[in-house]
Ligand binder design. Structure first.
Ligand SMILES: Cc1ncc(COP(=O)(O)O)c(C=O)c1O
Length: 279
């Protein structure tokens, strides 16, 4: 496997990251995940724009964005992933410096790391739908930044796994914000409802695409908090994400959603998104 590390493509086992790297010491970095179909990246501009926003929000020095933009394609080529489905992971940290909380000297170079892998779709989850569990949202107040500091998400995902669930959805102030690695939406009387874009959620790119599709299909959209105790009235629920696409949710904790099968609006969005991505 060839990876990208600070300007070069190299075999993964030749990468040497300093133990002083602030990504390692503080989780002081940001990342993006982009999906490619036959070498074409889906919504790459939006991913790079979000990456830039994350960097700016954390005041991490912006690397040369043009050079950064070229990395995903290079990774696909170097790993023979130009055909079929693949994902690219890109991470930038504040670089390596002796351990002190404030930012290091301005001339400390950022660390840039990227890898590509084959994407294997979870067809049965897309087809049959999945179970999710609800957990308290113990994250900080800047969930809009795609930071590598993901401990609450890691803990929630592990709890989901231990409960045979695909995802954990976070509950803050009684409302469902989003999943540990996905956006969340529900259908109430034909209306697509999802948490508003605030500091409490990541501005999901799939979420934006799904809202656009709803508008195309004349499905009303409401960006408004869904209270946990209202969820029992939802006709359909779904997870949204770059690798998750539109995934039907058929069970939340111990309760079935609707009749326990993926609903028609979810299916419509799912098919439309797949078509968009693959064409
Ligand atoms: C917390 C969180 N919310 C939402 C998403 C979905 O975002 P996107 O559709 O841009 O992949 C992700 C994806 O990683 C995530 O980690």
């Amino acid at each position: 496997m060839h990876v990208y590390f600070n300007g070069d493509m190299m075999p993964k086992n030749e990468v040497s990251i300093s133990p002083d790297d602030r990504g390692f010491i503080f989780g002081d970095g940001v990342y993006e995940v982009i999906v490619a179909y036959d070498g074409r990246f889906f919504r790459a501009d939006a991913h790079f724009e979000r990456l830039r926003r994350s960097l700016r929000a954390l005041k991490i020095q912006e690397p040369d964005m043009a050079a950064l933009r070229a990395i995903p394609e290079k990774l696909l080529r170097a790993n023979n992933l130009e055909e079929g489905e693949a994902t690219v992971y890109l991470q930038i940290t504040r670089g390596a410096a002796p351990r002190k909380h404030p930012f290091p000297d301005k001339d400390t170079p950022v660390t840039v790391y990227g890898f590509a892998s084959r994407f294997v779709a979870d067809e049965s989850a897309w087809e049959d739908g999945v179970k999710v569990i609800s957990v308290p949202d113990i994250r900080w107040m800047r969930c809009d930044i795609k930071s590598v500091s993901l401990l609450p998400n890691v803990l929630a995902s592990q709890q989901a796994k231990e409960n045979n669930a695909k995802e954990a959805i976070f509950v803050r102030d009684g409302a469902i914000t989003e999943g540990a690695h996905t956006s969340f939406a529900a259908i109430f009387d034909g209306c697509f409802v999802t948490y508003p874009e605030t500091h409490y959620i990541l501005p999901g790119i799939t979420r934006t695409v799904a809202i656009g599709l709803c508008r195309e299909f004349n499905i009303p959209v409401r960006e408004f908090p869904i209270l946990e105790n209202e969820l029992k009235d939802a006709d359909e629920c779904m997870l949204l994400g770059t690798t998750t696409e539109v995934m039907p949710v058929v069970q939340v904790d111990d309760r079935m959603v609707g009749d326990g099968r993926p609903g028609p609006v979810t299916r419509k969005l799912q098919n439309a998104l797949r078509k968009l991505i693959r064409n």
